[in-house]
Ligand binder design. Structure first.
Ligand code: PBG
Length: 321
């Protein structure tokens, strides 16, 4: 007798019925870049197909996200003026606050997640305040808390601190609660590596550091044990959801973290992952749809409950077919 695993594969319908991993639009989050100004829709050269919107043109793209019933949108704000402390990040009339208000007004059921970080807002491009040429962790916490409260008051359902300062989740949770924003969730970038795959994002957001790099606050790609430590600490500090970032190169970390915690885990398939698939498929070397679906499937298989991806809108279309 031959035992035949292949019998489970003989028709598409049986393969679908027996698959372990299923993608759904509701697990997808779409990152959007929003620039201060009016009437702007501009291309991002390093991320073909992705654009920067001003708050007034944003509904054009959000409509698709709402209609396709994806899980949510993640907003990155790009202010007109940057300064040492990133003060536009907590301006109640700042670019991201306005975008959040417009989104919640036009599409109240679409979950809005605000990126909480300073690198898009500081003149030096770092994610925290600089003192004596170094990132000052503790004084940055107070600023990040102000940013989170201001986004929450503008209507954000979830705030997502991506700065990688120690203690950020606890500081933000206390500030939100003290301001009565107890229902705002925190989706924390607990596990974020110092990755070269963020290159296209830094072009999109104009957030490349003007000196040094982010290796003192982002994680070392050689290490995975500290991922569990970072995740557990963030959960103790009040994180409702945690992010492991990037996606494809860190599936082992994602799996380990998924098995170590009891909160939903998101995998962030970053700008460089998007641009790699895009560039190869523009050259005819990859089938874009199949490659993007396979990448997302592998993150779900490794344990992602949520996938943050620049392919979210296309994936949600392909999954409906
Ligand atoms: C800001 C931030 C970055 C990304 C998300 N939030 C850039 C960075 O840390 O340099 C990268 C996302 C992507 O590459 O898609 N701290």
């Amino acid at each position: 007798m031959i035992i035949r695993p292949r019998r489970l594969r003989v028709t598409q319908s049986i393969r679908d019925m027996t698959s372990e991993t299923r993608l759904s639009p509701s697990m997808l989050v779409y990152p959007v870049f929003i620039r201060e100004g009016k009437n702007i829709i501009e291309d991002i050269p390093a991320m073909p197909g992705q654009k920067r919107y001003s708050p007034d043109t944003l509904p054009l793209i959000l409509e698709k996200a709402a209609n396709n019933k994806i899980g949510g949108v993640l907003f990155f704000g790009i202010p007109e003026k940057k300064d040492e402390t990133g003060s536009q990040a907590w301006n109640d009339n700042g670019v991201i606050q306005n975008a959040i208000r417009i989104s919640k007004k036009e599409f109240p059921d679409l979950t809005v997640i605000g990126d909480v970080c300073l690198c898009e807002y500081t003149s030096h491009g770092h994610c925290g305040l600089i003192k004596n040429g170094k990132i000052d962790n503790d004084s940055t916490l107070e600023i990040l808390s102000r940013v989170a409260v201001s986004q929450s008051q503008a209507g954000a359902d979830i705030v997502a601190p991506s700065d990688m300062m120690d203690g950020h989740t606890g500081a933000i949770r206390s500030a939100l609660d003290e301001n009565g924003m107890t229902d705002t969730l925190i989706m924390s970038y607990a596990v974020k590596y110092a990755s070269s795959f963020y290159g296209p994002f830094r072009e999109a957001a104009g957030s490349a550091p003007s000196f040094g790099d982010r290796k003192t606050y982002q994680m070392d790609p050689r290490n995975s044990r500290e991922a569990v430590k970072e995740a557990l600490l963030d959960i103790l500090e009040g994180a409702d959801i945690i992010i492991v970032k990037p996606g494809l190169s860190y599936l082992d970390v994602l799996k380990t973290v998924r098995e170590s915690v009891h909160v939903p885990v998101a995998s962030y398939s970053v700008s460089g992952e998007y641009s790699m698939i895009k560039a190869a498929s523009e050259k005819g070397w990859l089938n874009e749809k199949n490659a993007a679906l396979e990448a997302a499937t592998s993150m779900a298989r490794a344990g992602a409950d949520i996938i943050i991806t620049y392919y979210a809108l296309e994936l949600s279309e392909w999954l409906r077919l």
